[in-house]
Design a protein around this ligand. Structure first.
Ligand SMILES: Cc1cc2nc3c(=O)[nH]c(=O)nc-3n(C[C@H](O)[C@H](O)[C@H](O)COP(=O)(O)O)c2cc1C
Length: 188
């Protein structure tokens, strides 16, 4: 415990959350296989709806395939040396009985992506999510079964520039501007 009564590990988590940024400027150095395994394994620890495991992860490191992914991804502004494609197995979603309007599978893509981004940050890798890409073209490139749809790509590499300051340090809404406290609306 430190003098605030919080464990050092928990303070490190807060620090990681506050210093993580999307990194779009990457070197050409490859990401070590061991680091990729650590990063993709972190996704297993993400919270998920109904504790269901409906995701599949494709780790892409082949330069030709990365180039092809970039060509079908207008939102991929970086040139990554690795990418993790977060996919949902929609057949499995149906097996588990999720109602079609249940947002759980998409929310789970977000929790997995956020966890992957933080894990990459912990390893001093540069990472950034991309959702602006053709899902149909990506599924073809990755030779995915019909029920498995790519939903988000996390680009990875080694940062080429110094870490940018936290995005929340820029002028803009503070947390207090976007939070409503129920107690202030309805004092006891
Ligand atoms: C669901 C989602 C989709 C995103 N899609 C893209 C994308 O297609 N291309 C991109 O460069 N960044 C994308 N981003 C990254 C955001 O632009 C970035 O997180 C935001 O500007 C805040 O910057 P920061 O994460 O460095 O604080 C996406 C982020 C999220 C959460």
């Amino acid at each position: 415990m430190n003098d605030t009564g919080k464990s050092a590990a928990n303070s490190d988590v807060l620090e990681a959350i506050r210093t993580r940024r999307v990194v779009r400027s990457l070197t050409t150095a490859p990401v070590a296989r061991e680091d990729l395994e650590t990063v993709v394994d972190s996704a297993r620890y993400a919270p998920r709806a109904g504790n269901r495991r409906i995701h599949r992860y494709i780790v892409v490191t082949r330069p030709a395939l990365l180039r092809a992914l970039r060509m079908i991804s207008p939102g991929m502004l970086q040139v990554p040396t690795a990418a993790i494609v977060v996919c949902v197995d929609w057949a499995q979603v149906r097996t588990y009985g999720f109602a079609p309007a249940n947002p759980g599978p998409y929310i789970d893509v977000g929790t997995a992506a956020a966890t992957i981004l933080l894990a990459a940050h912990a390893l001093d890798l540069g990472a950034g999510p991309v959702t602006s890409f053709s899902r149909t073209a990506a599924a073809t490139l990755l030779d995915l079964p019909e029920s498995v749809r790519p939903e988000l790509i996390v680009c990875l590499g080694h940062p080429a520039v110094e870490r940018r300051p936290p995005s929340c340090s820029r002028p803009g809404p503070t947390w207090a501007d976007v939070v409503r406290w129920d107690r202030e609306a309805h004092p006891d």
